[in-house]
Design a protein around this ligand. Sequence first.
Ligand code: FMN
Length: 302
Amino acid sequence: MIDLSTSIAGVKLKNPTILSSGILGTSPELIKRAFENNAGAATIKSIGPKLRDGNNNPSVINFGHGLLNAVGLPGPGYKNMDVEFNELSKIKDPVIWSIYGSKIEDFVNITKYIIKYKPKIIELNISCPNKENGMLFSQDKKSAANVTRSVKEVAEKTIIIPKLSPNVANISEIAYACEKAGADAINAINTVQGMVINIDAKKPVLYYKKGGMSGPAIRPIAVRCVYDIYENVKIPIIGTGGITNGRDAIEMIQAGASAVGIGSAVYYHGINVFGNIVNEIKEWMQENSYNSIKEIIGIAHE
Ligand SMILES: Cc1cc2nc3c(=O)[nH]c(=O)nc-3n(C[C@H](O)[C@H](O)[C@H](O)COP(=O)(O)O)c2cc1C
């Protein structure tokens, strides 16, 4: 019997696949569809302090090896989302509530507000590159630790997971600072800063000019980040970036991830991607005589 379950700081997942933030919005119906299609956990789009329109189009392009986006965190703001929060709180499977802010106070206030809905896990998006000050908190270890510590103080029993940016010199140092500040797990990585220029129009393709890269092009960057973080922290890691099939997921788990985030692959392959990845993980485990995901976590370090 192959055991595909895993756990993130005591929260059990039936398998290691997690819908990443920003891919299917905050709609409880879409989050439920991820679970119906075999996701082990699902993350809502990051919710912020107030109404934001997001950036003008084009805001997402496929550049051939991945996506470049500058969606810019559109959303109604946390005080206008009680109907959705109420529905999300009824979902039994593990929903990850992603939040962002431009001040520590924003993260604290949103946490205090949503805590009454008893979220199992809150993810701190301190790493969005497509917004002024978006990456402020993941850029240096003190800021990352301060936001983590401040949220932990008001989070009661909720698991807190800072999501880190690869656009830094030493990501494992930042992960270590978050662990010391009380983080229960780490998610790595958010998108990689990039730009694409239309040479005929002689202009950047995205309206916002710069964006965040995701999809297959960033997988080796994400694997390297997870590998480095695993050597520096004891808390579990969610490995995110460029995973499109079971072999990619196994690679990330071997690098040290306890679970894997899947974002752009949902754009490429639709919601069935979770079931396909889970089947491919199982096949690889069968062929290689592994009975449990836990036996594979971090084995590339041995
Ligand atoms: C269109 C789009 C929107 C995103 N929005 C968010 C977001 O709201 N919050 C967040 O933490 N990450 C966001 N991300 C980043 C993803 O969650 C993920 O970290 C990244 O895309 C790398 O994973 P992937 O290669 O599997 O897509 C977004 C990514 C894309 C492509």
